[in-house]
Structure formats: structure tokens, C-alpha cells
Design a protein around this ligand. Structure first.
Ligand SMILES: Cc1cc2nc3c(=O)[nH]c(=O)nc-3n(C[C@H](O)[C@H](O)[C@H](O)COP(=O)(O)OP(=O)(O)OC[C@H]3O[C@@H](n4cnc5c(N)ncnc54)[C@H](O)[C@@H]3O)c2cc1C
Length: 402
């Protein structure tokens, strides 16, 4: 039976992307089994800052900005619809997002990027704030912040609530959720998917969606997705700090993201202290030094918060692709093999790409074309990935802006 004709579909991965795909497939009447090797949201989806931003990175090529825009805009629209449908706001707080400039060079760049985004996408919300306007909006921010790109309706959400709500709804619609069940191997016969081997059994199927993000290359090695470790520290709750959702590039190379939760805890995300080999990118422990460096961004940007206590720290691993965009769609030469993986900022993409992939599988076409995200787009390229790496080294190697 062709995958579009009604057979069972196995989704591998119980993060935001896997559960969203399972939810939309179930909604379209398909029988779904979701395999998660640990607990639901135990990967990056349960370890992130929940930032939902429609500005991402600092690509200066307008075509890169245009590529992302239709997806992140639709993701936001769908999220708002889910809030109504589920009667749950998933802890969404739309208090705006900032991308902060510390040098004159960054001021020029962010001004230029703001203008470009307005022109190329029609995004009439994005604006550039100079230092005075920035401090008026967010009075605690240090004077070394010279300005920022600002989008008022961006913000953050509580990822656990969103992932678990999507998962529960998928189950209510009939999806079978098998946590602590690893998809060990995808089985093929004559170029067609026939099943998935788990530790206990072989589950027959005509279609598999690999939504294993950082772990995807264990199942589909031909698609170049590399694991990338990232850290988080969480403070005790403090009163609301206006526009706490931000990205910043500090000390010339480091990318930080920061949010404030509904309860007031500040969550700082950042890169590890040192580059690491591929296997070590899955290390979920955090050293004291990593915690110290990562949390130092708080007093550096918000001196009045210098005595706030750190209460938790953890690490997580996301999937990175050569062009920074996820891989969503059918995988090359196999019938019935699909993928939705390679997300380094999946909170702004997970819902929409789960829906579009479900449409692609069931209806053969998606309401927004997935060509830009075609998993096979790197087919003819060879990547000699650095042996040890972090975000900055990867970006340098790929010739990408942060
Ligand atoms: C510290 C940190 C901060 C971040 N902050 C943000 C942020 O603020 N905003 C944002 O948009 N993004 C952020 N990200 C990135 C974001 O978390 C990811 O892009 C997103 O969660 C990806 O979702 P996913 O479902 O694709 O992957 P995951 O949530 O990692 O899910 C993949 C799942 O697949 C499972 N799996 C793997 N292999 C198998 C197998 N063989 N069988 C069964 N199950 C398997 C894993 O256990 C995992 O649960 C952050 C990431 C980290 C680590």
C-alpha cells in the first residue's frame, strides 16, 4: 500500500517535531505509532529556552531571509490557533524579542538587516532601536548595549507544555505513543520501507518519519545533520524584566539566547566552554566552569541582577544542517522514508513543519511548498566536518553568519 493510501506511519522521535507530525497525521485520519527512546520531550525540546522568534541569525543574503519567512510566520499563526483549540496558552508570553548590538559594526549590520527584512518580507513589525530607545523599553539593560533589532510580537513559551499537549491530543485521536522504545533500524525491501526494528519487536509499516533531530544521522546517515551541544542555566524567579527574550553575539563569537519564564526565572542558553568531538556533543552534563561562563551574561547585560542565584543548569543537543534550515520531506531513493530533522531553533518551526510534512505524506502536496527544506538538497556536496567543533567553528566552516 502506498504511504498516502492509509497504512500505518511510524514517527521516530518524541520532541516537538515528532509529536506535531504525529498530531497532524492523526488529525488527517492516519494511524500513527510514535517511538521515543526516552521520555517525551527528553531531548532538546525539553531543554530549550522556548524562544519563538521570527528573526534568526544574521544572514546578509536576502534570499536566506525570504526562505525562512513563510514558515516562521505560519508557525506563529498555527500556534495562536492551537492556543484556542487546546484552551492552553502553553505559557506563551509575547513580550518582544531583541537581537542586541555591542559594537558600531553590529549597529550598522542590524540596521541594515532590519531594513532588509522589512523590504524583502513585508515584515512591518520589525524595527531597529537605538541605545536610548532600547533602555526606555528595557531599563535594566546595560549601556554597553548600543542598540537592537526588535520584534514586539515575538517572545517565548514553555516547551514542555506545548510538546505534552500535542502528544496528548495525538494520543486522544488514536496515535500509539511508545516512550522508552528506541527505533533501532529502519527496514527496507526493494527500496521501500517495510518496518522498524525496536528492542522488542519489528513493527511493520509502509512509512517512517525520522524526527530524531540530533540523532537523525544514526538512522539516515546520508543526510548531513550534525549534533550540536548547547547549555542552559536557570535563575531563581525575579520580577518581570521587560523584553527578556533576546539573542546576542558576545566576545566576538559567542551566541547567547535568553528568556524569562512565566514564573520569573531567567533562562540563559549558550555555547559550551570548549569545542568537542561529535560523540561528546551528546553530553548532557555541565561543568562548573561552563555554568560560571554561561551565567556571566546576566550581570554583564543586567548589572542590577548580579546577585540573582542560579538554581539549575543542564545541556541538550540539537541538530545542525549546513544551511541552518531543517530537512523536511521525502528522503531520496527510498519509498516511504520521510524526515523532519536538523532544527537548531525548532520552537519557531516545529508546528508548521509537522503540519506540512503530514500534508505532504497524506495529500502528496503541502500547503506551503517544502522545496526549500528538501532533505536531499545537499546530495552532491561533500562535508569534511571539523573533528571538534562548537557553533562558531561550524558557522566558520560553513561560511555562514551567526
Ligand atoms: C539549551 C538549548 C536551548 C535552546 N533554546 C531554543 C530556543 O529558545 N528556541 C528555539 O526555537 N530552539 C531552541 N533550542 C533548539 C530546540 O530545542 C530544538 O531545535 C528543538 O527542540 C528540536 O525539536 P525536535 O523535536 O526536532 O528534537 P528533540 O526535541 O531533540 O527530539 C528528538 C527526539 O528523538 C528521540 N530519538 C532519537 N533517536 C531515536 C531513536 N532511534 N528512537 C526513538 N527516539 C529517538 C530523542 O530521544 C529526542 O527526544 C535550544 C536547544 C538547546 C539544547
Amino acid at each position: 500500500m502506498a504511504p498516502g493510501a492509509g497504512g500505518k506511519i511510524i514517527v521516530i522521535g518524541g520532541g516537538l517535531v515528532g509529536v506535531c507530525t504525529a498530531y497532524y497525521l492523526s488529525k488527517m485520519g492516519r494511524q500513527v505509532t510514535l517511538l521515543e527512546q526516552r521520555g517525551i520531550a527528553s531531548g532538546a525540546s525539553g531543554r530549550n529556552g522556548g524562544m519563538i522568534m521570527k528573526i534568526d541569525g544574521r544572514d546578509t543574503d536576502p534570499s536566506e531571509i525570504i526562505k525562512r519567512w513563510p514558515y516562521v510566520r505560519e508557525n506563529d499563526r498555527l500556534l495562536n490557533g492551537l492556543v484556542e483549540e487546546f484552551d492552553d496558552d502553553f505559557g506563551i508570553m509575547r513580550r518582544g524579542s531583541l537581537d542586541i548590538a555591542f559594537t558600531d559594526g553590529e549597529v550598522d549590520l542590524l540596521r541594515r538587516l532590519t531594513k532588509m527584512q522589512r523590504q524583502e518580507t513585508g515584515d512591518d513589525e520589525i524595527q531597529y532601536l537605538d541605545g536610548r530607545d532600547l533602555r526606555e523599553l528595557s531599563p535594566l539593560i546595560d549601556k554597553k548595549c548600543l542598540g537592537a533589532r526588535y520584534r514586539p510580537s515575538d517572545g517565548c513559551l514553555f516547551p514542555f507544555r506545548l510538546v505534552n499537549a500535542m502528544c496528548r491530543k495525538a494520543a486522544e485521536m488514536g496515535a500509539e505513543i511508545l516512550s522508552w522504545t528506541k527505533g533501532e533500524e529502519i527496514l527496507f525491501s526493494n527500496g521501500r520501507v517495510t518496518g522498524v526494528r525496536t528492542p522488542g519487536e519489528i513493527i511493520d509499516t509502509e512509512a517512517v518519519v525520522v524526527a530524531a533531530n540530533a540523532w537523525s544521522s544514526c538512522l539516515v546517515p546520508e543526510i548531513p545533520i550534525v549534533p550540536l551541544r548547547s547549555l542552559a542555566v536557570l535563575t531563581e524567579p525575579v520580577p518581570p524584566v521587560p523584553v527578556m527574550t533576546f539573542e546576542a553575539e558576545l566576545k566576538g563569537k559567542i551566541i547567547y539566547g535568553c528568556t524569562q519564564t512565566e514564573r520569573g526565572n531567567i533562562l540563559v542558553g549558550g555555547p559550551p566552554e570548549k569545542p568537542a568531538a561529535r560523540d561528546s556533543q551528546f553530553d548532557e552534563g555541565v561543568s562548573l566552569e561552563e555554568m560560571r561562563v554561561n551565567s556571566s551574561i546576566i550581570p554583564e547585560l543586567f548589572p542590577q541582577l548580579r546577585n540573582v542565584n542560579i538554581i539549575r543548569t543542564w545541556a541538550g543537543t540539537m541538530g545542525a544542517t549546513p544551511d541552518g534550515l531543517p530537512c523536511v520531506g521525502a528522503v531520496g531513493k527510498y519509498d516511504g522514508l520521510y524526515m523532519a530533522a536538523g532544527y537548531s531553533n525548532g520552537m519557531s518551526w516545529g508546528v508548521v513543519t509537522g503540519k506540512l510534512l503530514a500534508e505532504r505524506i497524506v495529500e502528496k502536496e503541502s500547503s506551503i511548498p517544502l522545496n526549500t527544506l528538501d532533505p536531499n538538497r545537499f546530495e552532491k556536496m561533500v562535508f569534511n566536518w571539523p573533528e571538534t567543533y562548537d557553533y562558531t567553528i561550524l558557522a566558520d566552516y560553513l561560511g555562514r553568519a551567526g
